[in-house]
Design a protein around this ligand. Structure first.
Ligand code: 5GP
Length: 178
């Protein structure tokens, strides 16, 4: 049954089914890199919480879950350019194989900042995955190791991504236009 957008401001860009298929592929890609080693998955709150929940189940094998709180947007649709840690890691990650899980890479400022931040915690290895990539708007040269979907420079909501804390619960990715 098709899922209808909740209002006239959101149109479906990536369906629930397409997300599910792509996550299964990403999990295989990532496991092929890390083998059967335990992986410490570090989700960036809040946007990655739904992606992370699906990805860790698809990954299988030994997995630890950690979270980092980060704020770079303040309720609008444009970045302030300032990345701030609002919730630090709860456990040491030194010597562990880590996977940073992002919802979306836009300017690249957040990913770049977090790669340096986590690198300072001396993990055995650090890979990065983002569900969405908006390469048209980069301000720093940084890319995730694994990308779910490359999308145009539009503001998207759903599947964890918000606008003013709303829309995170949409099961698909939609483009928001006022
Ligand atoms: P960056 O630092 O790469 O510019 O942006 C990273 C963060 O900005 C993401 O984790 C996300 O919270 C937010 N962001 C960037 N583009 C979008 C978008 O299209 N929609 C939403 N909801 N958030 C976005």
């Amino acid at each position: 049954m098709p899922v209808l957008p909740p209002d006239e401001h959101v149109r479906v860009l990536i369906s629930e089914e397409r997300i599910r298929e792509r996550i299964a592929e990403l999990a295989l890609e990532i496991r092929a890199q890390v083998g059967s080693e335990p992986v410490t998955c570090i989700g960036v709150l809040k946007g990655s919480f739904i992606f992370m929940a699906d990805l860790v189940r698809a990954l299988g094998g030994p997995v630890r879950c950690e979270f980092l709180g980060v704020s770079s947007y303040h309720g609008g649709t444009r970045s302030t350019g300032v990345v701030r840690i609002t919730q630090d890691l709860r456990h040491p990650i030194e010597g562990q194989h880590c996977l940073l899980i992002e919802d979306i890479v836009d300017t690249g400022l957040t990913l770049d900042y977090l790669k340096h931040f986590l690198g300072g915690h001396r993990p055995a290895s650090l890979r990065t995955v983002t569900l969405l990539d908006k390469p048209d708007h980069r301000e720093v040269e940084v890319d995730a190791d694994h990308v779910g979907f490359t999308i145009p420079d539009e503001f998207v909501v759903g599947y964890g991504l918000d606008l003013g804390e709303l829309y995170r619960n949409l099961p698909f990715i939609g483009v928001y236009s006022p």
